[in-house]
Structure formats: structure tokens, C-alpha cells
Design a binder for this molecule. Structure first.
Ligand code: OGA
Ligand code: MN
Length: 207
């Protein structure tokens, strides 16, 4: 992908968020990089590095497969060149959102996620009651040739009462305002891989 189309993509995300509160870009980064990220996610799963995701925060965290059934591992810089490239692309998105919407986004936190067949994540909002730093949710999908009948859509509940189902198709990036958009992950008949994360503001509480 040329730099030019990438910056056009960033502009579309900024405009969509301003107008609708969400944006779906079918090819955020190259297919080559997307496949390397998918391969890395699979390798981590095989090595046992992905752990059942918890619900809640800090010491309150619990694994509850009736709420969410994905397995995750947090991304850290310097682990893998493909992950670093992805983090770089998200930093460019962070800067574009700050320039266009004055969101004051400071950093990104995110994880690989693998939903085994049948796993789901019940309807929720990406914000903790005691921590409002998560401002923009960013989900990047890693699954080649996803078919609608395989399930696994991310169902977004829009402020106007409509819903949108987004298939977890390789290369697609879904961005939405974390506070305003309840959503759920529907069960799928095959493994469902993604990189899910949040662009965060500075916290209000004591540091
Ligand atoms: C989440 C989430 C959506 C997805 O991890 O909070 O909503 O499509 N993930 O994987
Ligand atoms: Mn979520």
C-alpha cells in the first residue's frame, strides 16, 4: 500500500468517527503484514502463550466463559517486527485522531485474541466504571476468507438504535468511540483471530 492511500484511510477514519462514531476500513494495512500477524497469533496459541481472558479489572478480574470465551495475550513493543509495524500504524492513527478531533489520545493498549469455535463475548461497553481512559476501540481482523455463514460477527449497537454486523475479515479495521457503542461478538464455527485494543486518554485519577 502506498503512503498516500494510507493517509487517505486515516482521513476517512477521522471523518467517519466525527460523523457516525464508528468506521470500518476493509484494508487498513497490507495483506502481507496481516498474514504475518495472523501467523504470530497462531504460533502464540500453539505455544500456549494465550490465556483465557478475564472480565473486570485488577484484583476483581475473573475468567467467565459465559461472558467472554476468547484467549488473549497483550502486545508489548519489541516482541516481533510485524507487531511493531502494527503498533506504528496505530500510532499514526492516534496522531491523526488527535489532530482531527482533539481527542488527546496518549497511548495504546492491545492484545491478540483467539476465539475458539463456539466462543463469544456478550454485549458490553469497552469502559470500566472506575477508569475512563479508553476512548477509542480499535479491532483489526486476521481471518482469510471469512464467510457470513461461519458466524463470528462483531455486532455494533449504534446510538440511533440500529445494529451493524461486521465480519472479522483479514485486513479489516473497525474503529469506534469506546464510551458510546455497546457491542458483542457472536459465536463462530471456526477460530476467530484479531488484534483488539484501545487508544487511551490521560487518566483523571491519581497517577
Ligand atoms: C473486546 C471486543 C471485539 C472483537 O475484546 O472488548 O469487543 O471483534 N472484541 O473481537
Ligand atoms: Mn469490546
Amino acid at each position: 500500500m502506498t503512503t498516500d492511500t494510507h493517509s487517505a484511510c486515516l482521513t476517512r477514519i477521522v471523518d467517519d468517527l466525527a460523523e457516525h462514531g464508528w468506521s470500518l476500513q476493509p484494508q487498513f494495512i497490507t495483506l502481507t503484514l496481516t498474514r504475518k500477524l495472523a501467523e504470530e497469533c497462531r504460533q502464540r496459541a500453539v505455544q500456549g502463550a494465550l490465556a483465557p481472558a478475564g472480565v473486570g479489572r485488577g484484583t476483581q478480574q475473573q475468567v467467565r466463559e459465559g461472558v467472554r470465551g476468547d484467549h488473549i495475550q497483550w502486545l508489548e513493543p519489541g516482541q516481533h517486527p510485524a507487531c511493531d509495524e502494527y503498533l506504528q500504524a496505530l500510532d499514526e492513527l492516534r496522531v491523526a485522531l488527535n489532530q482531527g478531533l482533539y481527542l488527546g489520545l496518549e497511548d495504546f493498549e492491545g492484545h491478540f485474541a483467539l476465539y475458539p469455535p463456539g466462543a463469544f463475548y456478550q454485549k458490553h461497553v469497552d469502559r470500566f466504571r472506575d477508569d475512563d481512559r479508553r476512548a477509542v476501540s480499535v479491532v483489526f481482523y486476521l481471518n482469510d476468507d471469512w464467510q457470513a455463514e461461519q458466524g463470528g460477527a462483531l455486532r455494533l449497537y449504534l446510538p440511533n438504535g440500529e445494529t451493524r454486523d461486521v465480519l472479522p475479515q483479514a485486513g479489516s479495521l473497525l474503529v469506534f468511540l469506546s464510551a458510546d457503542m455497546p457491542h458483542e461478538v457472536l459465536p463462530a464455527s471456526r477460530d476467530r483471530l484479531s488484534l483488539t485494543g484501545w487508544l487511551r486518554r490521560r487518566g483523571n485519577g491519581p497517577l
